[in-house]
Write a protein that binds this ligand. Structure first.
Ligand SMILES: NC(=O)C1=CN([C@@H]2O[C@H](COP(=O)(O)OP(=O)(O)OC[C@H]3O[C@@H](n4cnc5c(N)ncnc54)[C@H](O)[C@@H]3O)[C@@H](O)[C@H]2O)C=CC1
Ligand SMILES: O=C(O)[C@H](O)CS(=O)(=O)O
Length: 477
C-alpha cells in the first residue's frame, strides 16, 4: 500500500472513496516548478454525485458529541502527522518549512475549537409571554444546520482555511462539498483521509479537485447546495454572490491591509513587526501588510529600520529551516508583482530594498514615495511588497487607511490611547489591531471584512452562526 507521499496520482474524494478521472491536472513543486503529482479533474457528473452523496449523508445526523469526537480525533491525527502535512505545504505552496509547521499546528487548533463549539450550538428562550394576549404562550429558538455547504478555498493557506470551513460546518451538523484551490489540492485530500480515519461517515465530506470556474458553476447550478462559503479573490466572490440566488453566502475576500505608525511608538519594534507580516508566505496573505502610513517626523527612521529588517530576511528554498521567504505560487504571479512595482517606480515610487525576481521568487520589497493613486497601494498586490507613505495629522492617517475599496483588518502603533480608540472607532474594517499589524489572527477570534473584503465572519463560533438557521418555536399552552 502506497503512502500518501509516495502516491503520484490522486482521485476525487467522494463518499469516502477515491474516484479517478480521465482528465487530470498537474500539481507543481512551487520552488522547483517540477510536477509532483496529478489530481483528478472533476466533471459535471462527479459534482452531481458528490452533492447527492452529501445530501444523503445530511439525512443521517450525528449527535453533537459524535461530531465533537470525530473532530477531536482528526485534530490529534493532524498533530501526529504535523511533519508530513508541513512537508506537503512546502511543496505545493512553496511555504517555508517553519511557517508550514505553524499552519498545521493552527489547523489542529481550528478543528479543536470547532469541536468544542459544536457542543454549544443553541438558540435562546424568547419571553413571548410578555406580549399582551400571549400570557399563555411560551417560545424558544433552535439552530438547525443549513444542509449541504459548498466550500471553496484559496491556494495560500490551504490547510487551515479548509479547516475553518469544514470544521464548523461538520461541527454544526452540515455536509460539505469542498473545492480546494486548483494549485494546492493535495493537503485537502490528505485531510479528508484523516477525517475518514477519525470516523467521519460516508458523504459528510466530499472533495472535488479540478478547475475552479468549472466546478464552481456546476455547484452554483445545483439546487441541492444550500450555502456557499468562499475564501478567495473579490472578483470570484462577487461572481458567486451574484449567482447563488437566495442561498446563504459567506465571503472572505481580498484586502490591502494598512498600518499606522505614530511618532510616539517604538519605531524599530514597529518596523520589525511590519517586516514580519509584510513578507511571510511571500506576502500571499490577505492580511499581509501592504500600506504603511508613518508620521512624517519618524518616517525616515522607520524606513531605515524596515530596510534593515527586510535585508536580513533569508530568501530561498522553502524546504530549508533557515529560509524565511520562499517562492510565490507561480512564476506568473511573481511576474505580475514585478510589473506592478515597475509601474509604481515609473510613477515616482522609490525601491528602498528588493525589486528583483528569479522565476517564481520575488524578493521582499520596500517602496517609498508611494501615492494612493498607484496600483501597488490601491489594489491588492498579494505579494512580498510593502508601501510606505508619510502623514502629518491623525485625521489624515485615518482618512488614508479608509481610502480603500477593501476593509478586512488594519493595525495602529501608538501609545496615545485617544488616537488608538479613535482609529478603532473610525477605521472601516472588520478588525483593528492596536499596537500590532493587521496580520494578527488567532483562530477563535471573529475574522472577516467589510466593503470588498467580504461578508460574514469566520472563527468556528462565528462560522457556525452563518452555517445554521435559527428556527422559532411557539407553544400555545
Ligand atoms: N479574507 C480571507 O480570509 C482570505 C482571502 N484570500 C484572498 O484569496 C485571493 C488569493 O487566493 P486565490 O486562490 O488566488 O483566489 P481565487 O479567487 O483565484 O481562487 C479561490 C478559489 O476559487 C476557485 N475559483 C476560481 N474561479 C472560480 C469561479 N468562477 N467559481 C467558483 N470558484 C472559483 C479557485 O479554484 C479557488 O479554489 C486573494 O485575493 C486573497 O486576498 C486568501 C486567503 C484568506
Ligand atoms: O487571510 C489569510 O490569508 C489567512 O486567513 C491569514 S491566517 O489565517 O493564515 O492568519
Amino acid at each position: 500500500m502506497q503512502t500518501f507521499e509516495q502516491q503520484k496520482e490522486f482521485g476525487l474524494f467522494i463518499n469516502n472513496q477515491t474516484k479517478m478521472t480521465e482528465q487530470k491536472i498537474n500539481i507543481l513543486d512551487k520552488y522547483s516548478l517540477q510536477p509532483i503529482a496529478q489530481v483528478a479533474r472533476a466533471g459535471k457528473e462527479d459534482v452531481e454525485e458528490a452533492v447527492r452523496g452529501a445530501q444523503e449523508a445530511f439525512k443521517t445526523p450525528l449527535s453533537p458529541y459524535e461530531r465533537y469526537q470525530i473532530l477531536q480525533k482528526a485534530a490529534a491525527k493532524l498533530r501526529e502527522q504535523q511533519e508530513g502535512f508541513a512537508n506537503l505545504l512546502v511543496k505545493e505552496v512553496g511555504k517555508p518549512i517553519n511557517e508550514s509547521m505553524g499552519e498545521v499546528f493552527r489547523s489542529a487548533l481550528t478543528l479543536e475549537i470547532a469541536a468544542e463549539e459544536g457542543k454549544r450550538v443553541a438558540g435562546e428562550g424568547v419571553p413571548i409571554e410578555a406580549a399582551p394576549g400571549s400570557e399563555n404562550r411560551r417560545a424558544y429558538t433552535v439552530r438547525k444546520p443549513v444542509g449541504v455547504i459548498a466550500a471553496i478555498t484559496p491556494f495560500n493557506v490551504p490547510l487551515n482555511l479548509v479547516c475553518h470551513k469544514i470544521g464548523p460546518a461538520l461541527a454544526s451538523g452540515n455536509s460539505v462539498v469542498l473545492k480546494p484551490s486548483d494549485a494546492t489540492p493535495l493537503v485537502a485530500l490528505k485531510l479528508a483521509e484523516i477525517l475518514k480515519e477519525a470516523g467521519l461517515p460516508t458523504g459528510k465530506l466530499q472533495v472535488l479537485t479540478g478547475h475552479g470556474a468549472e466546478i464552481g458553476n456546476w455547484l452554483l447550478e445545483n439546487n441541492k447546495v444550500n450555502m456557499f462559503t468562499f475564501t478567495g479573490s473579490t472578483s470570484v466572490g462577487k461572481y458567486i454572490k451574484e449567482h447563488a440566488g437566495l442561498r446563504k453566502v459567506a465571503l472572505e475576500l481580498g484586502n490591502n491591509s494598512a498600518t499606522i505608525v505614530h511618532h510616539d511608538t517604538d519605531v524599530q519594534a514597529a518596523a520589525k513587526a511590519v517586516a514580519l507580516k509584510s513578507f511571510n508566505n511571500a506576502g500571499q496573505v490577505c492580511i499581509s501588510v501592504q500600506r504603511v502610513f508613518v508620521h512624517r517626523s519618524v518616517h525616515d527612521e522607520f524606513v531605515q529600520h524596515l530596510k534593515k529588517a527586510t535585508e536580513s530576511i533569508q530568501v530561498g528554498d522553502p524546504g530549508k529551516e533557515t529560509t524565511d521567504v520562499g517562492p510565490m505560487i507561480s512564476e506568473d504571479a511573481a511576474q505580475r508583482v514585478e510589473d506592478w512595482v515597475a509601474e509604481a517606480v515609473h510613477e515616482g515610487a522609490k525601491i528602498q530594498v528588493g525589486g528583483q525576481r528569479k522565476e517564481a521568487v520575488f524578493y521582499p520589497t520596500v517602496l517609498t514615495n508611494v501615492t494612493e493613486t498607484m496600483r501597488v497601494s490601491y489594489d491588492e498586490i498579494f505579494g512580498p511588497v510593502v508601501c510606505v507613505e508619510a502623514y502629518t495629522g491623525t485625521e489624515e492617517s485615518i482618512q488614508k487607511v479608509n481610502n480603500s475599496d477593501y476593509g478586512l483588518q488594519a493595525g495602529i502603533f501608538t501609545n496615545d490611547l485617544n488616537f488608538a480608540l479613535q482609529a478603532a472607532e473610525e477605521i472601516e474594517v472588520g478588525g483593528v489591531i492596536i499596537n500590532d499589524t493587521p496580520g494578527y489572527r488567532v483562530d477563535h477570534m471573529p475574522y472577516g471584512g467589510v466593503k470588498n473584503s467580504g461578508t460574514g465572519k469566520e472563527g468556528p463560533k462565528y462560522a457556525i452562526e452563518e452555517m445554521t438557521e435559527e428556527k422559532l418555536i411557539v407553544w400555545n399552552r
